[in-house]
Every structure is written in structure tokens, then in C-alpha cells.
Design a protein around this ligand. Structure first.
Ligand code: SAT
Ligand code: MN
Length: 613
């Protein structure tokens, strides 16, 4: 589509300004069609950046290898440039917006020479949904266009909803590698050196400016940048919630349906939980979303959620038929793979894929030939796939995608789950005593640091409140306050009983020998069933100082788990909790200074008193 055909004068002007700043060879407005997708892939094949996979094994699938300096989100180059530093808060990187725009305008100047500028009109959420938002991403990367086709809804239908004066979030993206006359990418992933990479957010003007990276959340700007960092600010201002949460549909043996969302820090198996295959007879679990939930109150006082995304951008290593059969099914066709291994028979491979690689040799994520692994493991430091290798797959290909996953009005939420990797202290499941106690649970969410992460912090809890620490576009203390206020408002309006119930879960308890006490994965369905029934005030529970826990026998033990283990998983570790409270008081809450809501300190005091009482 041509620039002249656009019906939105503001949009046209914005694009024209970008063209004069970035100097591309050509400009294309994306229409979102299959032929456009195919054209992007063709351009990437011609540039030597894409490898087609075996068309019989993985039809319409392509493998990419990024630059070793460009393999993940770069948190230390990610900025929240609000006018006042205090609005960004202590947990975000801040630069004055005027200064940052000056620096980045310098970088953007002529940055698309030798390349085509693509303008991607995209909708986060079903096109035209009241909860959805429109973004416009200007990019010089056909890889980004192809990924955005899968991850969001792209094209002319979005422009139709936008009309001549609709609101959109303007997003600039450039890989930061202009091409000289006659120069081509020639198989080399284009990006800028780390010190020139910027992933910038301007909350007041609702803008995103990204430069220098072509990878994942740095470049696919609908995901973490728009759907979380900018959307969290919109949600604060407009009275809704933009959360880093999966969305599940649960059906009981009686055919009753409930929807729950859940926030978990990275590496807690969120995508696996989103696609769980229940072991509990008669129960059914289906997927609405695996990463992000946008939630608004409906006229009936209930909270409705949509998945703003249209695809999965999942971590490949560790995904196999046991850990996530439904993800394995979702990536059988029409999928983009990035930084995976390439087998002799033209298929992808990664660590813990569930089998060795066929033939004699394999090509690793850096493009080097290595001996084909006989098992699905590799020695540390010699991985074939990068640890953050990804698949980009359409959500509609998931065998357990819920039929209503694209319902524009969203699905009514009955429960929120919060959880992390906690080898001690935190029970298997714990229902909050009320809304603010639930906000407290969200605020202390975190995982214990293992030797694999940061050596000098092993054993400490790395808190990731609401799993939003890298994704909240404003001060986290104000974010807690926003959560508290939403609950208070619902209660004041007489809708307190319609608020989702809040639960703290922990699949990762270990015994004294360091062995996991709970099998996790499919067996988590037992916990989901208890939660489901608690939402109707059913299922046996006991009141404790830390919340409502399942009574012994309320959750039937999975095969091989003793009654004693179940009891330990569902009991209060008084001494452990006293330490937890002290850690929150001394090391966690003070980080947020004056903005930490007093209601949360009161909650801390109340729990401590009950533990001592
Ligand atoms: O690269 S993404 O930000 O999209 C994925 C992630 O880091 O969670
Ligand atoms: Mn995520």
C-alpha cells in the first residue's frame, strides 16, 4: 500500500517526517496479507538471513541466526523517559526525554539508507475490541514485519478501525545498520553495537523509539514495549490493568467454566502452564494467552481480559513433548525459529528437545558445524541452541487454544495467580484473605537466585513484583497503589464480591535433600481445581496467619507423593515466614521509598502479628 492512500492526516505527516529523518530507499505500508509475509521471507532468503527448513517436516518454517551481540532484551539499554525521573521510579533506567530524543534523532538520521521503510499498522487485541489498542511500527527490518504478522493483527483492517483521526501508539524501530551504495546484508544479521542500542519509552507522549537491535522484545514493539510498558501507563490513567499474565480457561467435570490469569517471573514455566494437559480426570484446561493480559471492568462489575497478542514468542530450549506437548504441536508449520540448531535433515534442534540430532553433524546457532548430539543435552557453554532461542508461532495453531480467545469483549476473570521459584517457605497454594492481601502477594513475588544466575546472590530472593519489574512504565510504588485503588473502587461500588480472588502458588518447593517435592507440569491441574472451587467458596480450606491453605486431603496427592509431603507442602513454615517478612521489610519495600502504599506496610504488620500470635 502506498503512503498517498492513507486516510489519517496525522499518521501521514508522522510517516513523512520519519522518511525525511531516516532516508530509506522506499516506503511500504503493510497490508497484512499472506503474499506480503511471503515477500518478506523472500527478501530475507535473498539477503542470506533466513534458512528454509525441510518442507515435509516443517512446512513454511524458517530459521534465523542473530548476531551474538543481539540475542535477548537488553534491560540496561531500556529506558523510561518520563519528564520527571521520579515518575519512572527507582527500578527503571531514566534519561531526560528531550536529551534522549536528541541523541536518538542523531542515530536515526539517515539510518535507513539502502533499506526499505515498512509501516506496520497493528492491533494489540482483536481488531475493533473496546479493550484493544492500535500501534504503528516504522521499521527497516523485514524480519520484524514477518514476526509482527504472527504476533499481532496487521494491516488494512487496522487502518479501517483507525479512521481519519483515531489514536495510535507511534513506534520507531531501526536495526541501526544503513547500507552503503551496492552493500548488502550478505548473511550478516544487521544491528548496532551495544552502546548504540536504545529501547526507549516516552510515557507522557505514548511513544516508543527503538534503535540498534533486531531481536525479540527490543524490536517487536507490540509486545513488552507497547502491551506492557506503555499500556501500563495508559491503564493507570484510564482505570484498567495491563499485566504480564497468562490467561487460562478451566472447565470442570460438571462443564462449568472459569478463567484465571497468572503472573510469574521468567523461567517459572509460564508458557507450559498456559498450555497444560491436566492429569486430573474430567478437567479441561485451554489457552487464551501465554504472556500478556489486558483487563477492563465490564458493565456487570466483573473484570474482562483479552490477550493482546496473536502468537507465541516462546523460549525453545527445554520445550519438548513432556514439558509442553501443545507448544510442540503449535510449531509444526508456519513458524519462525531464531537461534536454534539446524540438523542435517533440515529440521530445528535444541537442548532438551527430547531426542538427539540425526546424522553426523549439526549447525549451531552461530552457524558453526558441530558433531550431532546423541542425546538431547550438551555440555555447559557448548549449547547448540542459544539459551534464549525462540519460536514465533500463530496462537491459532495451538491445539488447546480456547474457542473464545479472540472474543472482542474478553473473558471474565475469576482468579489471579502469583508465583515464583521458591525452594522453601512458600506453600503450594495460598488464597489471600482479601484484595489488599492479594496485592501484597503480588508485590513480594520473586524467585530464589540459583547458581546459574548471579553467583554472589545465591540463596537470596530476587523479587519481581507482579512479574512486572522490567515492564512497568512508571514508578512501581504508584503501580501498587493503582492495584489497591481498583479493588477499593470495586468495593465502594458494591462489586467487591465480583473481584477476582487472589492466590499465591509455588510449584518449586524442595526437600532437605534438594529434591523437588511437587511434580509440577500436568499435576498442577490439581491445584487449579482447588483454586476453581475456592472461587465458589467451595473446597476445604483452613485459615492460617498467611492466608487460606488447602486442608489435608483437599488436594488429592499425585502418584508417588506421600500424605506427609502433601501436608508439608500445604502448611505454614512459621520461622521461614518470619524471615520472609523481615526480608520484605528490610530489603524489598524500602526500594520504593515514600511511594510504597501504607496499606502494604499495614499488611506486613498484620501478617507479622498473626505469625507471632
Ligand atoms: O524478547 S521478549 O521481550 O519478547 C521475551 C522476553 O524476554 O520475555
Ligand atoms: Mn513474558
Amino acid at each position: 500500500m502506498k503512503l498517498e492512500e492513507l486516510k489519517h492526516p496525522g499518521l501521514k505527516k508522522w510517516i513523512e517526517e520519519a522518511v525525511s529523518l531516516m532516508s530509506p530507499n522506499a516506503v511500504e505500508v503493510c497490508d497484512g496479507t499472506q503474499s506480503e509475509y511471503d515477500r518478506m521471507i523472500k527478501a530475507l532468503l535473498d539477503a542470506g538471513l533466513a534458512t528454509p527448513l525441510n518442507a515435509e517436516k516443517r512446512p513454511n518454517c524458517f530459521l534465523f541466526r542473530s548476531d551474538p551481540s543481539d540475542v535477548a532484551r537488553v534491560e540496561n539499554r531500556t529506558y523510561i523517559a518520563s519528564k520527571s525521573q521520579d515518575d519512572a521510579g527507582p527500578t527503571n533506567n531514566w534519561i531526560d526525554p528531550a536529551e534522549l530524543k536528541k541523541t536518538m534523532t542523531g542515530l536515526y538520521s539517515g539510518c535507513m539508507k539502502g533499506r526499505t521503510m515498512y509501516v506496520i499498522p497493528f492491533s494489540m487485541g482483536p481488531v475493533g475490541s473496546d479493550i484493544a489498542k492500535i500501534g504503528m511500527e516504522i521499521t527497516d527490518s523485514p524480519y520484524v514485519v514477518a514476526n509482527m504478522h504472527i504476533m499481532t493483527r496487521v494491516g488494512t483492517k487496522v487502518l479501517d478501525v483507525l479512521g481519519s483521526d483515531g489514536f495510535y501508539v507511534p513506534c520507531f524501530h531501526s536495526v541501526g545498520k544503513p547500507l552503503a551504495e551496492g552493500e548488502e546484508d550478505n548473511g550478516k544479521w544487521p544491528c548496532a553495537p551495544i552502546e548504540d542500542k536504545y529501547i526507549s519509552h516516552f510515557p507522557e507522549t505514548r511513544e516508543i523509539w527503538s534503535y540498534g537491535s533486531g531481536y525479540g522484545g527490543n524490536a517487536l514493539l507490540g509486545k513488552k514495549c507497547l502491551a506492557l510498558r506503555i499500556a501500563s501507563v495508559l491503564a493507570r490513567d484510564e482505570g484498567w490493568l495491563a499485566e504480564h499474565m497468562l490467561i487460562l480457561k478451566i472447565t470442570s467435570p460438571q462443564g462449568e467454566v472459569k478463567y484465571v490469569t497468572g503472573a510469574f517471573p521468567s523461567a517459572c514455566g509460564k508458557t507450559n502452564l498456559a498450555m497444560l494437559v491436566p492429569t486430573l480426570p474430567g478437567w479441561k484446561v485451554e489457552t487464551v494467552g501465554d504472556d500478556i493480559a489486558w483487563m477492563k471492568f465490564g458493565a456487570d462489575g466483573r473484570l474482562y481480559a483479552i490477550n493482546p497478542e496473536a502468537g507465541f514468542f516462546g523460549v525453545a530450549p527445554g520445550t519438548n513433548d513432556d514439558s509442553n506437548k501443545n507448544a510442540m504441536e503449535s510449531i509444526k508449520k508456519n513458524t519462525i525459529f531464531t537461534n536454534c540448531g539446524l540438523t542435517e535433515d533440515g529440521d530445528i534442534w535444541w537442548e532438551q528437545i527430547g531426542h538427539g540430532a540425526p546424522g553426523k553433524e549439526i549447525i549451531d546457532w552461530k552457524g558453526q558445524k558441530k558433531p550431532a548430539p546423541q542425546t538431547d543435552k550438551s555440555p555447559k557453554g557448548e549449547e547448540i541452541a542459544h539459551a534464549n532461542a525462540r519460536f514465533t508461532a500463530p496462537a491459532r495453531q495451538c491445539p488447546v487454544i480456547a474457542s473464545e480467545w479472540e472474543d472482542p469483549k474478553g473473558v471474565p476473570i475469576s482468579a489471579f495467580l502469583f508465583g515464583g521459584r521458591r525452594p522453601s517457605t512458600i506453600p503450594l497454594v495460598n488464597q489471600s484473605k482479601g484484595w489488599i492481601h492479594g496485592v501484597f502477594m503480588g508485590s513480594i513475588t520473586g524467585s530464589e537466585v540459583t547458581a546459574a544466575v548471579i553467583s554472589d546472590q545465591v540463596g537470596q530472593i530476587r523479587r519481581d513484583p507482579f512479574a512486572m519489574l522490567p515492564f512497568c512504565g512508571y514508578h512501581m510504588g504508584d503501580y501498587f497503589k493503582h492495584w489497591i485503588k481498583l479493588g477499593q473502587k470495586a468495593e465502594a461500588e458494591g462489586n467487591g464480591d465480583k473481584l477476582p480472588k487472589i492466590f499465591f502458588v509455588n510449584w518449586f518447593r524442595k526437600d532437605k535433600d534438594g529434591k523437588f517435592m511437587w511434580p509440577g507440569y500436568s499435576e498442577n491441574s490439581r491445584v487449579l481445581a482447588w483454586i476453581f472451587e475456592r472461587c465458589d467458596n467451595k473446597a476445604n480450606y483452613m485459615e492460617t496467619p498467611i492466608g487460606n491453605l488447602p486442608k489435608p486431603g483437599a488436594i488429592e496427592a499425585p502418584a508417588g507423593i506421600s500424605a506427609d509431603t502433601m501436608e508439608e507442602l500445604c502448611s505454614v513454615d512459621i520461622e521461614g515466614w518470619k524471615k520472609e517478612i523481615a526480608d520484605v521489610r528490610q530489603n524489598h519495600y524500602p526500594k520504593f521509598g515514600d511511594k510504597l502504599p501504607k496499606e502494604l506496610y499495614a499488611e506486613l504488620d498484620a501478617i507479622e502479628k498473626r505469625l507471632n500470635g
